[in-house]
Design a protein. Structure first.
Lengths: 401, 441
């Protein structure tokens, strides 16, 4: 049926029942608005294609994939004589970058060395949109994936983010914004993803404890469409973290009110599922992969540190689990809450950001020994600087706060 | 102590009720549903043969299936013997099976009972006969009702349409299959009542003096009509009854055929018979999920690459391969229902590769189903004639069933009997309430 015939039929309805005309006009206006918005998006995409922005983006991605291929060739040629002859460029030793980012998509990059104890200080408003800044340490040659609260993703090479001088004092205005959040959108998290070829799954964790598993074989489509989804069931919920996992690994996440839950990645559904029953005021503040040889570190807002063996995490299959409670009820009443948690190995360092904006690096061993972290103000975030991070990055995040 | 209940095992929705002698209690067997006393007649069976019904089935289906990943493996299905003259050889037959498929959602179970030639279906490694499917649904429904009542249920009065089928043999077979399924589900005593008569028993509770009543039970699967004398148990009489296989699911099918198929390439794809077959299978809720084979995908992809209606064929591919069939049928049904109150509605489906939007007016709907109006009016007038009563001798026309709310049919009843005689009843509960009353008799 032609479109003009359809219009004739709509007109007949309006003639038969004049009150239907208002409904028809409303429905068409709504559709027109949707189409206008979509048209604008398509025009923007067209401009990006015409002016070469999209081409550059793909060229960058190709360069990065070539780098990953080199890495893989090197890794496998060591064990496989047949691959020894494949020429591979030597991989240069890389430095470690500390990324400090906020929900508005602003990112500071500070290069760390083994001696850095006070990377710097951030001035001005620390908590934006009720979200404290978050910390991530990555190799400087890493590529990162930015996940926004709308479910949109974007990729950026760490090396494209300008370095700020270690030990300095900076304002958020000076931070780079590699991909500005769109209207009604915030930066949810940043994930290193050069280990993508060696991973099996993406795992998304939402603030209200929903988990969604996606096979990394979908990565091409996700990156091409710049969209992975929110991974949340409720409209008010939003994505909190995105991690890469291999099969047979375990995921743990920790909530503001002190609940810890462990999940076997293989048991998770490919659909979004609520995996912890949270109270109305509770939300996820950290998620990480747990390994048998690691310990777990939980930090309260006042700097108190709780330490647990990683084998103390109970795995749960139930979707209505409340998790293990790590803060006693009496302490909860006093207002004690978790601000950060991570899995750590011997020799790891912990980067701490406090409410005065000061960044400080601590030895993980010393803070677990002392049972607290010294800071100038309330703790806002922690990040882990792995002991082996100078030569390689860990698969998945070991700390996310 | 154990009780006897009334069960309306409907094509789209079901319900359970008990009658204590003075009032009927509808049991909230589906707490997740907006109306907990109404439960969708859908059954979901997972790969490990766990079953769920109603809203729980729908939610599990959505959670596990929509936009899920697929992995097809070649599986040996059997062999074919070739014999001819002095030659005999055996050929192996393979099928492609989606080994990641988490479960099967089955709906319109009641229609399957009366569908000639439909014996059952393969669900993973097991074959379910139509009776097995009905038994699985009824046993879960019984369990839910027992949980609500807190006591065992030993007997049931089941509703049945006036005609399961035009064929007397098929009609008898359908009732026997349902009876056996109910026994297998754990009901020791099973009896039946015609659905329009059950609705009449419910209506009888509200009248004070004897009346000649037409029950117009127009549900998801069939139209059932009964002409009765009601109001006094002693003089209660069925003058005539009749029915026809026209109902809500036919209207959904018509909407799909007339309005939705062009969104999936109908009218644009001309020289691809395999694709035309796929498009024509869209209105068939049983056929569509079976289309998702790697061969079909390859055919669609090739046509898209050659530039044949690429947007519409991509939508067809999305509909089949993203398991959106159930969502699609639900959207069409919801659009149809909203036209009972509104002059226009939008039937839309937005997903990866699909951007279906169709403004649909009551005028369009009424012209689409006009041919059914003629058949329905004929059956109604035939049944009235069979009763020996004139339309003027009818005191009330009681409408029940979801499709009875369609204005076109309400207007037809008003035209024949007069507006003041057309009575509303609860579209989803009057049959089950009457069955509960019958169970107590």
């Amino acid at each position: 049926m032609s479109f003009s015939n359809k219009i004739d039929e709509w007109m007949k309805e309006a003639e038969a029942r004049p009150e239907s005309a208002i409904t028809i006009v409303k429905l068409i206006s709504r559709r027109l608005r949707e189409l206008t918005e979509r048209n604008e998006e398509l025009l923007a995409e067209n401009i990006a294609l015409q002016n070469g922005t999209r081409v550059e983006e793909f060229q960058k991605r190709i360069t990065h994939l070539e780098y990953q291929l080199d890495l893989l060739k090197r890794r496998f040629s060591a064990n496989d004589n047949e691959l020894v002859d494949i020429p591979a460029k030597p991989v240069e030793e890389t430095t470690i970058s500390l990324l400090v980012y906020n929900s508005r998509g602003r990112i500071f990059r500070i290069e760390l060395d083994a001696d850095t104890k006070e990377p710097g200080r951030i001035a001005g408003e620390m908590v934006t949109d009720q979200e404290p800044p978050r910390l991530l340490t990555v190799p400087s040659r890493e590529e990162i994936l930015l996940l926004f609260t709308s479910g949109r993703v974007a990729t950026v090479a760490v090396s494209d983010i300008p370095i700020v001088e270690s030990g300095g004092a900076w304002k958020w205005d000076q931070a780079t914004q590699p991909d500005e959040p769109r209207a009604a959108e915030l930066l949810a998290c940043i994930t290193p993803f050069s280990q993508l070829p060696l991973s099996d799954f993406f795992l998304q964790i939402s603030r209200r404890g929903c988990v969604k598993k996606t096979m990394t074989s979908m990565a091409q489509s996700i990156l091409a469409n710049h969209y992975i989804g929110k991974g949340a069931l409720q409209k008010s919920d939003q994505p909190f973290d995105l991690t890469l996992h291999k099969k047979q690994t375990r995921l743990a996440f920790v909530t503001y009110e002190g609940h810890l839950i462990g999940l076997d990645v293989d048991d998770l559904s490919y659909a979004t599922e609520e995996r912890i029953r949270l109270s109305a005021t509770d939300y996820v503040i950290a998620s990480f992969t747990t390994h048998a040889d690691e310990s777990l570190l939980f930090v309260t807002q006042t700097g108190k540190v709780i330490y647990r063996e990683s084998n103390s995490v109970e795995l749960t299959k139930s979707s209505s689990a409340k998790g293990q409670s790590l803060i006693p009820p009496s302490r909860l009443e006093q207002g004690v809450r978790f601000m950060g948690a991570a899995s750590v190995r011997d020799g790891d360092q912990v980067v701490v950001l406090d409410a005065t904006g000061k960044l400080k690096v601590h030895e993980a061993d010393s803070i677990t020994g002392a049972g607290s972290i010294e800071a100038d103000g309330l703790i806002l975030s922690i990040g882990i600087l792995p002991a082996d991070s100078v030569t390689s990055s860990p698969l998945g995040k070991r700390a996310a706060v | 102590m154990s009780v006897k209940v009334g069960i309306d095992f409907g094509t789209s929705n079901s319900g359970v009720a008990v009658f204590d002698g003075t009032r009927v209690k509808l049991l909230p067997v589906d707490p997740k549903n907006i109306l907990p006393e109404v439960i969708k007649s859908v059954l979901y069976i997972t790969r490990d043969y766990r079953s769920s019904i109603g809203q729980e089935a729908v939610e599990t289906y959505y959670r596990d299936n929509v936009n899920r990943q697929r992995r097809y493996v070649k599986q040996w299905a059997g062999e074919i013997d070739y014999r001819g003259a002095d030659m005999h050889y055996v050929r192996d037959i393979y099928v492609y099976v989606d080994e990641l498929k988490p479960g099967r959602l089955l709906q319109y179970l009641k229609t399957a009972l009366r569908k000639e030639g439909y014996q059952g279906t393969q669900i993973f490694e097991r074959y379910y006969t139509v009776g097995d499917l009905a038994k699985t649904y009824l046993s879960l429904l019984k369990q839910r009702a027992e949980d609500v009542l807190g006591e065992p249920i030993h007997a049931v009065t089941l509703g049945r349409p006036v005609k399961f089928s035009e064929s007397a043999e098929q009609d008898r077979k359908a009732q026997e299959t349902l009876r056996q399924a109910a026994h297998d589900a754990g009901f020791k005593e099973v009896d039946f009542e015609l659905e329009p008569i059950a609705a009449a028993l419910d209506y009888e509770q509200s009248i004070t003096k004897p009346q000649n009543v037409v029950i117009f039970d127009f549900g998801g699967g069939t139209l059932d009509i009964a002409v009765m004398r009601l109001g006094d148990a002693k003089s209660r009489k069925v003058y005539a009854n009749g029915g026809v296989d026209i109902a809500g699911s036919d209207f959904d099918r018509t909407i799909i055929e007339k309005r939705m198929l062009p969104h999936f390439g109908y009218g644009r794809v001309k020289h691809h018979p395999e694709i035309m077959d796929m498009i024509h299978a869209i209105p068939d809720w049983m056929a569509l999920p079976e289309l998702g084979t790697p061969i079909n995908r390859n055919i669609i992809e090739k046509a898209i690459h050659s530039g044949t209606a690429p947007v519409r064929l991509k939508a067809l591919e999305g509909l089949i391969y993203n398991d959106l069939a159930f969502t699609f049928y639900n959207r069409v049904e919801a659009g149809k229902i909203s036209l009972s109150n509104e002059g226009a509605t939008v039937i839309s489906l937005e997903d990866k590769d699909i951007a279906l939007w169709e403004l649909y007016t009551r005028h369009q709907f009424e012209s689409d189903i006009q041919r059914y109006l003629v058949d329905v009016e004929k059956v109604l007038l035939d049944t009235i004639a069979k009763s020996g009563l004139e339309p003027g001798a009818i005191d009330a026309v009681v409408k029940t069933g979801g499709s009875s709310n369609i204005p076109l049919f309400t207007e037809m009843l008003a035209r024949i009997f007069g507006t003041e005689k057309v009575k509303e009843s609860n579209a989803f509960s009057s049959v089950v309430a009457g069955l509960a009353i019958k169970a107590k008799m």
